[in-house]
Write a protein that binds this ligand. Structure first.
Ligand code: HEM
Length: 404
């Protein structure tokens, strides 16, 4: 008799895989098997749940992010595509004033003005960043046992971005909770309680940066806040609301994602001791190791665009107004671009992950984030002969858009 009931569950539908990835703790903690199944079954997947497509191949994601026929859509549509309700008012108005959520010509204008302030000359050169890392790593060595997320992964990026923006040391710690609460509003399936907390966090940050701008208007300094006040393009300059939105974006993006790069990167090394040994044996591999950490555990897993006109992808027509979700973490594991993609390999070359996105919204802080990653992993590998878990491994926060 061969006609018995199969013990195998039926294969999950593409929409089942998408919702499991976006909405369940297991899917968020380990989205990669689901990305793989989705890529195999429907790499350009038109959801039955709404006017939204999900992409999992590197080339499709890369093309969409670079294609001017697609761009930032209405916040509500993008959020609905990720199973989230609309944003509360303060958060909506702050986000609407930042370059991350707008299209040309507004994006070109904002990014141009901000880039004038965010020059390499103003970015902390590697020496101050190294000096900060040295102090932090020495403190860790003295303590012996530490919560690495707190003592290093949060501590270094918040110091670096704090110096850059001009937020004094005593004010920095409060932002850890504020930024985390505000960012929670971007996650799929966010609850009303989380939205209330996000709105409160945004209001506190909004007030804080208005105060900082007012102080710098009275007394200009050498920081980025002062540079934004002074930035001009002919007669054009940033409005007060645009400056506030930019400072909140830079400060939040400046440490939350980099914190996750450091935390996730260390996790990759601890889970792959042969690769940790390889890096220890050859510290010159640190740049390619950081790129591989960015690829393997992308700190930002999900990005989205909206079609402004019909666009064809691999024989499928995306119609005007539809949302296209690019799974960056899936693109980074696409076997067509990365041989043996589920292997963490600190020597991988070539390696062009989409972790900083692509096209006009390509991360403005990518070089700074890479610099911080390089300094941290250089110091860790040189300073410590052995790093081991104190408990059973990581405590995932259960987020996906900003994954940690
Ligand atoms: C590992 C760390 C980081 C990762 C993975 C990351 C990732 C990203 C991604 C994926 C985007 C594009 C979003 C989109 O297409 O909608 C982005 C944009 C941006 N990032 Fe980062 N980021 C990191 C660190 C930073 C840092 C350190 C800063 C600032 C100091 C920063 C500032 C920005 C800004 C201003 C944008 C908006 C650019 C635009 O819309 O034109 N990021 N980042």
């Amino acid at each position: 008799m061969t006609d018995t009931l199969s013990a195998e569950p039926p294969p999950m539908s593409p929409d089942g895989l998408v919702t499991e990835t976006l909405l369940t703790p297991e899917g968020r903690a380990d989205p990669y098997p689901r990305y793989r199944l989705l890529r195999d079954a429907a790499p350009v997947h038109h959801s039955e749940l709404g006017p939204v497509w999900f992409l999992t191949r590197w080339s499709d994601c890369n093309n969409v992010l670079r294609d001017p026929r697609l761009g930032k859509g209405s916040l509500d549509a993008d959020r609905a595509a990720l199973f989230s309700p609309g944003l509360p008012p303060r958060q909506r108005s702050v986000m609407g004033n930042s370059m991350l959520f707008v299209n040309p010509p507004d994006h070109t204008r904002l990014r141009g003005l901000v880039s004038r302030g965010f020059t390499p000359a103003r970015s902390p050169a590697s020496r101050p960043t190294s000096a900060m890392a040295d102090v932090i790593v020495e403190r860790m060595a003295e303590a012996g046992e530490v919560d690495v997320m707190d003592a290093l992964a949060f501590r270094l990026p918040v110091q670096v971005i704090g110096e850059l923006v001009g937020v004094p040391p005593s004010d920095r710690d409060q932002f850890r909770v504020l930024v985390r609460n505000a960012a929670a509003a971007l996650e799929p399936g966010v609850t009303d309680t989380q939205l209330d907390a996000a709105e409160h966090a945004m209001a506190v940050m909004d007030d804080y940066f208005r105060g900082l701008i007012a102080r710098r208007r009275r007394d200009l300094d050498h920081d980025l806040t002062s540079a934004l006040i002074a930035a001009r393009d002919g007669d054009d300059r940033l409005t007060e609301d645009e400056m506030v939105a930019t400072l909140i974006l830079l400060f939040s993006a400046g440490f939350e994602t980099t914190t996750n790069l450091i935390g996730n990167g260390l996790l990759c090394l601890l889970r792959n001791p042969d690769q940790f040994d390889r890096l220890r044996a050859d510290p010159a591999l640190v740049d390619s190791a950081v790129e591989e950490m960015l690829r393997f555990e992308s700190p930002v897993q999900v990005d989205a665009r909206t079609a402004f006109e019909p666009v064809e992808i691999d024989g499928h027509t995306i119609t005007t107004g539809e949302t296209v979700v690019t799974f960056l973490g899936a693109a980074n594991r696409d076997p067509a671009v990365f041989p043996d993609p589920d292997r963490f390999d600190v020597t991988r070359h070539p390696n062009h992950p989409l972790s900083f996105a692509a096209g006009i919204h390509y991360c403005l802080g990518a070089n700074l984030a890479r610099l911080e990653g390089r300094v941290v992993f250089d110091r860790l590998t040189r300073r410590f002969a052995d790093i081991a878990w104190l408990d059973n491994g990581p405590d995932w926060r259960g987020t996906l858009i900003l994954a940690a």
